[in-house]
Design a protein around this ligand. Structure first.
Ligand code: PGA
Length: 257
């Protein structure tokens, strides 16, 4: 792995957890334990309602902020939606797009996800595009074709320069919140496939600078082994990111080496 180009990235996705005081407490606790000594980039994605307060709590740290979702239009009559411009304005650097929970519960399609990825790039946010198969698809040996379809549609019409910053997170749906992590072989196979696909559809330099994260039941005990897998450049952490001690241990995975 070219560390210069693909500095490891660990992102905590708080999902719909944390009212305002809880979010500030969590962010402050993280800030107090974060020493920023490693070569790791760190981001957290609190709920929209806490983003601004958390951005203030994290001021003067290198912990960056991520939105958990966004809409593709910049502004207008779209009740209940939040645009990339608003996320940028509030201090976000990243935005998670196409998380499997959005696909499953809110019926987001690959086409909508593509519009969001394009809009994120336009707003100068780094999109973290989530892809991954469900259990039925894995059992039917459809993993690679599902992932390929999600890549092809999700990354449609992007310009090469959009890839300066894009992040792709492979999250097998059956591994999310279940305590069941994909095996190193399963993860390596899919990550290798994604890198190869990016090389074919864009070019080798583009593929080589795109960060590929793994997500699905990451915890302090498995983080180091996951980070050792070929082509894994970082982690997308759900449940464990709600516990600052655990999230810090994940960030400091190298210390367990
Ligand atoms: P989990 O969630 O770590 O709780 O499995 C991961 C995710 O949904 O990004």
């Amino acid at each position: 792995m070219d560390l210069e180009m693909r500095q490891p990235l660990i992102v905590g996705n708080w999902k719909m957890n944390g009212n305002l005081p809880e979010s500030i407490r969590l962010a402050t606790s993280l800030k107090n334990q974060f020493d920023d000594k490693g070569n790791i980039r760190v981001a957290i994605a609190p709920p929209f309602t806490a983003l601004y307060s958390v951005s203030i709590a994290l001021a003067e740290t290198n912990i960056q902020l991520a939105g958990q979702n966004m809409f593709w239009e910049e502004s207008g009559a779209y009740t209940g939606e939040v645009s990339g411009l608003f996320l940028k304005d509030i201090g976000c650097h990243y935005v998670i797009i196409g998380h499997s929970e959005r696909r499953q519960y809110f019926h987001e399609t690959d086409e909508q996800i593509n519009l969001k990825v394009q809009a994120a790039c336009k707003s100068e946010l780094v999109p973290i595009l989530c892809i991954g198969e469900n259990l039925k698809e894995r059992k039917a040996k459809e993993t690679l074709s599902v992932v390929e379809k999600q890549l092809k549609l999700g990354l449609k019409d992007l310009a090469i320069h959009d890839f300066d910053n894009i992040v792709i997170a492979y999250e097998p749906v059956w591994a999310i919140g279940t305590g069941e992590t994909a095996s190193p072989e399963q993860i390596e196979e899919v990550h290798h496939f994604i890198r190869g696909w990016l090389k074919r559809f864009f070019d080798a330099p583009t593929a080589n600078m795109t960060k590929l994260l793994y997500g699905g039941s990451v915890n302090p005990d498995n983080a180091m082994d996951l980070m050792k897998i070929n082509e894994v450049d970082g982690l997308l952490v759900g449940g464990a990111s709600l516990h600052p001690e655990d999230f810090i241990k994940i960030i400091k995975f190298e210390e367990n080496a």
